[in-house]
Design a protein around this ligand. Structure first.
Ligand code: ZN
Length: 67
């Protein structure tokens, strides 16, 4: 399956049987991040975490307009 990174528009292909691919198929929202962007975000997240101003996103509370 082909996926496009939400941040940098890079196209990646995922094995259909990976956890990531299943997740993307189950939720219709297209939120794929390539490893580069994920790493970047991860770093930023940790930096923000360090400032104490970080709020965790609770995945199961996200509003999904497709359900
Ligand atoms: Zn990216």
């Amino acid at each position: 399956m082909q996926v496009k990174c939400t941040l940098c528009d890079k196209i990646d292909s995922l094995q259909d049987n990976t956890k990531e691919a299943k997740k993307l198929r189950n939720r219709r929202t297209y939120m794929y991040l390539c490893p580069d962007c994920r790493e970047r975000i991860d770093k930023k997240t940790k930096e923000r975490h360090a400032t104490g101003r970080f709020y965790l996103f609770e995945e199961n509370k996200q509003h999904d307009p497709f359900i």
